[in-house]
Design a protein around this ligand. Structure first.
Ligand SMILES: [Zn+2]
Length: 200
């Protein structure tokens, strides 16, 4: 082997080593996100975030997705966009400060609002993993579990409530019609806790 090829090999190994660190961290975070989704799904599921290279080369049009079989059976895995993954991971790592500002009427930083949207994406895809295929029903259930999801991601109870309220009040009304239904209200047929008066 020539010196040049040996050098190339060493460089290649060095590059792999460079990626191994972040990759391991990504897998650990995917595992944590999967555990949170599993609570809603009621079964073991996995969460897939794009790898470092995929993140650089592919821009996903969707925030998240779960495939269904022709018979209506959901896959065991939800795929999340790189943007959604990085926001959820930031919350997991405690890197998003000031989620509580979502509860106030004033403007919150873009980073904070996007983090709240990412929480909703995780709840939403988890309900697909639970077997619900209808988008409006799935999203109605997500609205009602966003506070729990935020809590499990590490948000304080106040911040978790702020996230859920923001998604309900600011994000939900702007979603396409297929994600909304008039049946989604307190005491309605999609109310997960009819005995509670708190909504969502
Ligand atoms: Zn959906």
């Amino acid at each position: 082997m020539t010196a040049a090829r040996l050098l190339a090999c060493v460089l290649a190994l060095g590059a792999l080593g460079f990626y191994a660190g972040p990759h391991r961290a990504l897998e650990a975070d995917e595992g944590e996100l999967a555990e949170i989704a599993a609570v809603i799904a009621g079964r073991d599921v996995t969460i897939a975030c794009p790898g470092t290279l995929a993140t650089l080369t592919k821009v996903s049009a969707q925030d998240g997705s779960v495939e269904f079989s022709p018979h209506g059976r959901p896959a065991d895995e939800a795929k999340l966009s790189s943007g959604t993954c990085s926001r959820l991971r930031s919350i997991l790592h405690g890197e998003i400060a000031g989620l509580g500002c979502l509860a106030s009427a004033g403007d919150c930083p873009e980073e904070v609002r996007e983090a709240a949207v990412a929480v909703n994406v995780l709840s939403h895809e988890a309900w697909h993993l639970a077997g619900e295929r209808d988008e409006a029903v799935t999203q109605c259930y997500a609205l009602q579990t966003n506070a729990d999801t935020a809590l499990r991601l590490g948000a304080s109870p106040e911040d978790a409530r702020a996230v859920a309220a923001f998604v309900f009040g600011d994000v939900q009304p702007a979603l396409p019609p297929e994600y909304r239904t008039s049946e989604c209200h307190d005491g309605g047929p999609l109310d997960l806790h009819p005995e509670r008066t708190a909504w969502p």
